[in-house]
Every structure is written in C-alpha cells, then in structure tokens.
Design a binder for this molecule. Structure first.
Ligand code: URA
Length: 446
C-alpha cells in the first residue's frame, strides 16, 4: 500500500491556486475512495477546486484517478455499435428513460451509467428507483448480459464501476460544489469511460435550471469535456439544449417515469410534451450519426421516428426494465407506479405572457416536497411531484393554474405552490418561446 497522501498540503496548495500533480490527485482520490481520507477533507478540497479550478492537465488527472477507482467494462462481446448519452443535469429531464430503449431499437448497444439527483436537478437513478424491483446495482456481468440481450441497460456507479464518482458525487450534492466545470467533466467522463461506449453524446443544458447559466459557460464545459474525452479516443458530440424551463410537464420521480414511458407508447409521440419528444429525437439521432449508423440527420431522425411509432422502443423499454427486475403494469396508464394525489396549485398572479421561469427554484420546490437530498443519508419521497403546465411565450389569464403540486401534505404543498408561482415572470407584451436546441458541436475525431 502506498504512503498516505499529504491531504492537508494538497488542500492548501489548491486553496492558493497552485497546480497539483497527477500523483497528488490520484492519491487523494484513491485515499477518499478507500475511506482513508475523511469526507470533511475531501469537501474542503472540492470547495478549493470550486474557487480555484483545475487546469486541463489536472482535469485529465482527476478523470483518470476516478476512472481507475473501479474496473472498465470490456464491450467487445457486443455486436452492435456502442453509444451513450449523458445530460449535465436539468429539471424534469427524463430523456434517458426514453432514449436508452429508443436507441437500442434503432440498432445501438447502450450501456448507460447514470447518476442520482444533484443539486436542484433530478437524476435518472432516483427516477428508476420509483419502479418496484428495479435493480441499479447489477454486477458487471449482469449489466453486459442485459445490454447484449436487450440492447440497453441503465445502472449507477457502484463498488466496481467508477466508485470514486459515486462518493464524490454524493458529497458535491450536499456541499455546494456541483456547478464546477472540471468536477462535472471528471464526474461525467469517469462514468462514461468506465462503461466503455465508443461514442458519447452530451446534452449540455443551458439556462436557469442548469448548472451552466449561459452559452459562454456552457462552451467552457463543452471544451473541457471534448478535450478530456479525446484523450481516450472517444467520439463526442455536444448538443446545447435549453433549460430555461422544465422539460416536459412532469417533475418528480414516479411521475417522470410515467410521462417518459407513456410517451414511448406507439401513439405516444404525438401526445407527449413537444419539447420532450423533440429533444429525445434530436439526441438519439445524434447518437446514430456519431456511431455512423446513418449518413445524415434527416435519415437518422426518420429511423428514430419509425422505431418509436412502430412500438419497437416501447417493447424494448418493457424488456429492459423487466431484465433489471422492474415490475411495470403496461396496461395501466400509470404503469402501476405510485404517485401522490394533487395537493395544491400554483396560479398566475396576473394576466399576460410567460416571460421567464426561475427553473432552479422549481427544482428546489421539488426538494421541499421531500424528493431531494439535503444530506448524504437522506431517503427520497419518490411519489411527490409537480406538473408544470406553463411554457415561456404562453398567454395566461389571472389565476390560471401554472403548476399542480402532487403530495407533500398541506403546508408543504402550499409552500411549494407559492415558491413556484414566484418563480414565473409574467410580461405584458407577447414573448417568443426560446429555441430548444441552441448549438451543436462534434469532436474533430468524429
Ligand atoms: N452529471 C454527472 O454525472 N456529474 C455531474 O457532475 C453533473 C452532471
């Protein structure tokens, strides 16, 4: 066993803005993952990084160290091209739940490693926990078997794959160190590199519900992600998408699973929220392009829509969930999941056009309903939620419902309704809706 790292010295040096060596970063991450470096020291280091940043070499070293904390999957047993998508985090972002089976139905193998909720944003793993029996802790062999048989599987970081990310991620969530370019880069890529897909599409969220508030900060994150992924020879695309309002209508674990899986029904594409459908199509098509399964965007989109409308994606979803132990009742509208009943309503303070949504506030309101962690040990209420009806650019009357609160009990539901109503700005003049996709970047290696 190597000597214990000089953790205090490493914290001090980063606090003063000095460059750390790859060995120092590796020792810190290994020590924390092994339980030798306590959470209070790791928290101090994360906060120092939040203020001082990491340069490209340090970011690569952190990604390397986090990747080396577990094993890397060998996907050579899979016959289809391997691909994955990762979101930088948003409110109501349930795209992975649709995209994984949709991409599989289009001919890709999708070994997806997802995360839990972070800050005010929801995480795919927490959403999947709303499905009775669903296992996110498959062994590596089980994970590969499901991907080989079904075309997709979705699990979390665990003791064998990217364990450092699991532990650091949980700590960042409760120490105010989430919105930090090098930490996000190392977190996303250590997971994705461990799962091993040949190509990665990043849905980089921009806006009030994202960790990157504007395109300039988003471009900095994209540059860090693409430069770091290129070191491992991964083809990467970044799609900058709007997160100035929640994606779709449902926010909350069980209710998001229901919205996502209902959308996948053969006739669901026409009925589901238009932004959710459009972004899912866009990102899945980007995966097909990056994996070179289609020569151009129009052909890729056509393949995606065919797989969706013919019910192939829905059928994959049922096989995938069942292969991971999940029990769904597909004949029921709610798939047999438990959602809390309506308990309150946020209404428009005046008539006009919806101009802006403080989407972070909406995400935090879900936390007030018991659906987010305030400390590492917290368990979540998976049944509470928000149905967010308002869209930027929409005309509303005074007292028109903007959002329905699901569960939370009387006072909590009233407080959430009040908070959400305060997060919506209503203008007196007509407002244009924001574009959903703001920009696309593809790595030169692609
Ligand atoms: N998604 C991740 O996996 N990690 C982050 O830090 C942010 C989004």
């Amino acid at each position: 066993m190597s000597a214990a790292p000089d953790v205090l010295g490493i914290i001090e040096r980063k606090k003063r803005g000095r460059e750390l060596t790859a060995d120092e970063i590796a020792a810190l991450v290994a020590g924390f993952t092994a339980g030798q470096v306590p959470a209070y020291q790791m928290s101090a280091w994360l906060m120092a990084v939040w203020f001082r940043g990491l340069n490209p070499a340090e970011t690569v070293a952190l990604t390397d160290a986090m990747l080396a904390s577990g094993s890397q999957l060998d996907l050579s047993c899979l016959s289809c091209p391997t691909a994955d998508k990762h979101s930088t985090g948003g409110v109501g972002d349930k795209v992975s739940l649709l995209l994984a089976p949709l991409a599989a139905a289009c001919g890709l193998a999708v070994p997806m490693l997802s995360g839990r909720g972070l800050g005010h944003t929801g995480g795919t793993l927490d959403k999947l926990a709303a499905i009775p029996g669903y296992r996110t802790d498959l062994t590596n062999d089980e994970f590969l078997r499901v991907v080989a048989e079904v075309g997709c599987a979705v699990i979390g970081q665990g003791p064998t794959i990217a364990p450092a990310d699991g532990r650091i991620y949980a700590l960042r969530d409760v120490t105010g160190t989430v919105d930090c370019v090098p930490l996000i880069t190392a977190s996303i890529l250590s997971k994705k590199l461990a799962a091993g897909p040949a190509s990665i599409v990043i849905d980089l969220k921009i806006g009030s519900g994202a960790f990157m508030p504007d395109l300039a900060s988003g471009r900095a994150l994209a540059a860090a992600l693409m430069a770091t992924a290129a070191r491992w020879g991964r083809r990467t695309s970044v799609v900058f998408s709007d997160m100035s309002q929640p994606l779709g209508t449902a926010i909350g674990h069980a209710s998001e699973v229901i919205e996502a899986f209902s959308a996948l029904r053969p006739a669901g594409r026409a009925r589901a929220p238009a932004d959710l459908v459009a972004l899912t199509e866009e990102l899945t098509a980007e995966m097909l392009l990056l994996a070179r399964l289609e020569p151009g965007r129009a052909a890729a989109l056509a393949r995606v829509r065919r797989a969706w409308d013919e019910g192939l994606a829905f059928e994959r979803m049922l096989r995938w969930v069942s292969a991971q132990g999940g029990r769904l009742a597909p004949d029921r509208e709610d798939f047999g999941l438990v959602v809390a009943p309506p308990a309150g309503e946020a209404t428009a303070a005046r008539a006009g056009w919806i101009e802006a949504v403080d989407c972070r506030e909406v995400g935090l309101s879900l936390g007030d309903l018991g659906a987010a962690r305030r400390s590492v040990e917290d368990s979540l209420d998976l049944t509470t939620g928000i149905l967010f009806h308002a869209r930027i650019g929409q005309r509303v009357d005074k007292d028109q419902p903007l959002a329905t609160i699901l569960g939370g009990g009387g006072p909590a539901a009233r407080a959430a309704a009040h908070r959400i109503a305060g997060a919506v700005t209503i203008a007196q003049e007509r407002v244009d809706p924001p574009p959903l996709v703001l920009e696309r970047l593809t790595s030169p290696a692609a």
